[in-house]
Design a protein around this ligand. Structure first.
Ligand code: MG
Length: 331
């Protein structure tokens, strides 16, 4: 089957700027694609690179779209170099038939807490809303201060709740060891990226030395990288942002084959990209862990954010996102 492509750039201010290791992230830039199949069927997809996650750049993504033949096929998508995970995700979303939904699954969602003392305030509201998995960024303030806040936070958690700690690679090995020791006393589901993404030996060592699970996030963007970690003996958690990882069908095949322990997580994409991810997550057993998309309203507009995500996601979330509306809402 052949397709014709049109695309739009978007630049959307984030309602609450995100503090990252690489500075403050204030606006999300990306591309929406619209494809028209030879038989007239229209499809939509989203391409949302994050350069500091080692994806293609936005301009590389745009150049790859311009380089496609006027009438392109699935083969042209498959022929893109491995680096183009975001383009592959967006084009597959727009062109491939999604997997049928076999059973009415519901998936739990993790709620993100702000860093610092604010986390304790926000936690109460999230517990009332029914969330049971919480994610907290650490490595932002002084370790002693953060450890005290954690003690207090844990005191507020009901028995069945768990915490994910995300250091975004911000600790050195010494501080990481201090934290991982303390984690033995807390209901921690996993510690995400305790040290630098590139410190493979350090991460493998920490995973071996402490009972708490360690998750790779910045260390792993695409499936090929995850495979390299598996070859080196990694049996911990992989945080995968499907919008960056590439083809969803390839991701499913890899997960089935290797039984990789996955957490699916947001790349701050719009509701268009997220709808494809949720639909895919609901179509099969990809993960036994809560989804990492509980980040609230990102853009502050319903058409861009989709419905507010509660503690459980089901098919209604995905079904209420109308790709055409999103496409039309952007200039
Ligand atoms: Mg992370």
């Amino acid at each position: 089957m052949t397709f014709r492509l049109s695309f739009k750039n978007y630049r959307l201010p984030l309602q609450i700027p995100l503090h990252t290791t690489y500075g403050i992230w204030r606006e999300r830039e990306g591309l929406l694609v619209r494809t028209e199949r030879a038989d007239g069927v229209i499809g939509y997809g989203e391409i949302a690179p994050i350069e500091w996650f080692y994806t293609e750049t936005l301009s590389e993504a745009e150049a790859a779209l311009r380089a496609l033949p006027v009438e392109f096929t699935e083969k042209d998508i498959a022929a893109l170099p491995a680096k183009f995970g975001c383009v592959r995700f967006g084009l597959e979303q727009a062109t491939a038939e999604p997997e049928p939904l076999i059973k009415a699954l519901r998936l739990p969602m993790a709620a993100s807490l702000p860093s610092g003392r604010n986390a304790i305030k926000v936690l109460a509201g999230k517990l009332n809303a029914g969330f049971l998995t919480f994610k907290l960024k650490v490595g932002v303030n002084a370790p002693e201060e953060e450890l005290d806040i954690l003690d207090e936070l844990v005191g507020q958690l009901p028995n069945c709740a768990t915490l994910r700690l995300d250091a975004n690679g911000g600790w050195d090995r010494r501080i990481a060891r201090k934290w991982l020791t303390r984690c033995a006393n807390w209901p921690v589901e996993f510690v995400e990226q305790p040290i630098l993404a590139t410190d493979m030996n350090g991460l493998l060592g920490l995973a071996e030395d402490y009972p708490v699970k360690i998750a790779l996030d910045e260390s792993v963007t695409r499936i090929e990288t995850a495979c390299e970690w598996q070859e080196r003996g990694w049996t911990g958690v992989f945080v995968i942002k499907p919008a960056l990882a590439g083809s969803l069908s390839a991701l499913a095949a890899w997960q089935r084959k290797t039984k990789a322990d996955l957490v699916l997580s947001s790349a701050i994409e719009t509701a268009l990209g997220r709808a494809a991810i949720f639909r895919w997550a609901l179509a099969g057993e990809r993960t036994k862990r809560a989804l990492g998309f509980g980040i609230g309203e990102v853009f502050g507009e319903k058409v861009l954010d989709g419905p507010i995500a509660g503690p459980l996601i089901d098919v209604h979330w995905y079904a209420s996102v109308k790709p055409e509306e999103l496409w039309n809402a952007l200039p």
